[in-house]
Design a protein around this ligand. Structure first.
Ligand code: OFO
Length: 164
């Protein structure tokens, strides 16, 4: 595999792991605020991000390459409220979408057609990731992030399960 391609794919593994840590940290914060449903939502999101990292990891293996794991930067541990959490989530997902687009640009540049093909899964996934984050954020804003509305939303979030 082209060196630049391999480097940016390894960087993306790190970003997916960072995303996982960020969401698990959000889960801890939400649990500390007595919002078990939202904490569950973020715990599932953590599992999804680890599966995104592993998909890249396995792809490198399949291509006869070795994944190189780097230090994962420290994540935030406190937020103002659940709206703040989901504003950060939506912002982070948009950043990840841009990042996947950059990986795709490199794949085009070095004419790595297998990687272009593999990345289609992530392109589609990012549309869903942004839509989910934005939808929860809008619902939270509708109930102004408090009261009975927040309680009802928290119960809904309890239903989310991890599907690989
Ligand atoms: Fe949230 O999609 Fe991966 O990072």
């Amino acid at each position: 595999m082209n060196k630049k391609m391999l480097e940016i794919l390894n960087e993306q593994i790190n970003k997916e792991m960072y995303s996982a840590h960020l969401y698990l940290s959000m889960s801890a914060y939400l649990a500390s605020k007595n919002l078990p449903g939202f904490a569950n939502y973020m715990r599932v999101q953590y599992q999804e991000e680890m599966s995104h990292a592993l998909k890249f990891f396995d792809y490198l293996l399949e291509r006869g390459e070795k994944a190189v794991l780097a230090e994962v930067a420290a994540v935030k541990t406190e937020w103002k409220d659940p709206i703040d959490v989901f504003e950060d989530t939506y912002k982070h997902e948009k950043f990840i979408t841009e990042s996947i687009d950059e990986v795709l640009e490199v794949a085009h540049e070095v004419k790595d057609y297998a990687t272009i093909n593999m990345l289609q899964w992530y392109i589609k996934e990012q549309v869903e990731e942004e839509a989910h984050a934005s939808s929860v954020l809008e619902q939270l804003k509708m109930v102004e992030g408090k009261g009975t509305g927040l309680f009802m939303l928290d119960r809904e979030m309890q239903a989310r399960v991890f599907v690989d």
